[in-house]
Design a protein around this ligand. Sequence first.
Ligand code: GDP
Length: 304
Amino acid sequence: LKVVALAGGTGSAKLLLGLHRLPIDLTVVANVGDNFWTYGVYVCPDIDITIYTLAGLADRSKGWGIAGDTFEVLSQISRLGAETWFRLGDRDMALCLLRTELMREGDTLTGATERARRALRVDCPVLPVTDDPVETRLVTSRGDTHLQEFWVRDGGRPRVFSIRYKGAKGARLSARVASALADADRIVVCPANPVTSIGPILAIPGLSAILAGSSARVVALSPMQGSAPFSGPARKLMRAMGSRPDSVGVARLYSRFLDGVIISDSDSAMRERIEKLGVHCITTDTRMKGPEDEQRLSKVLLEV
Ligand code: GDP
């Protein structure tokens, strides 16, 4: 079974671990909207957390970076008087340095990612949705900021007025992503922030139409429970976009292409509204507390 998973960061990584343990042919399509330049290197948080998680290296208690990493480079950068609000460990920095070097030599983000995932023995492709730069930017009460500035530097506190995916309109869908989607038997939308993780993927011209026209079933695991996400700023950002911050809102955002969705059993009252959108809805315990939940929910997603 060829399964393509559209993924963001930490929430997605948990489900990817479950999918990865099943006997399927898995390809991950990664968000690039949270990529940004800092300390002279190109940081790709969602791509890297995917690779670290599948390689068994991730710091799962923090939800980012490599377990046991040190922060010597960052300490020295701080001593030199620069701001260090974006935490980047030494080993984490090594991948960013290599990626920056490869891309300066003319390699694509896809090529640099492929090299890293193979070196770290991740046995499934991790494909950036595009090789063109796309940035999730927010107009907030602290000005026009990159998503990382809003979430990491400003702690997600500023008011958010609008969201845009800078560069997305002119970005080209990666050829490898297009071919993986064309061959897919099933497409899974991971539990991820619909605005900052899945939104930038869907903003790449042509992608939504491919999903809508695909003969593969497109299924999602909702990242919401009640009117909030399990973690992260989805509530605030969905509201800023004029969406309901719950599983109905998520199903509505994806309804153009979504065939089925798994939502929390505590939200069973939302089921009827979701089915009215033409989306088959299943209710179960959607919290992933460990490998058993990750695998159980992965299996349900392949059966919906
Ligand atoms: P990040 O925001 O960049 O860290 O990455 P993601 O967008 O991939 O992950 C955050 C999303 O995953 C949030 O919207 C969470 O609600 C969701 N999430 C986190 N843990 C769980 C879980 O155990 N179950 C489900 N269904 N969603 C989760």
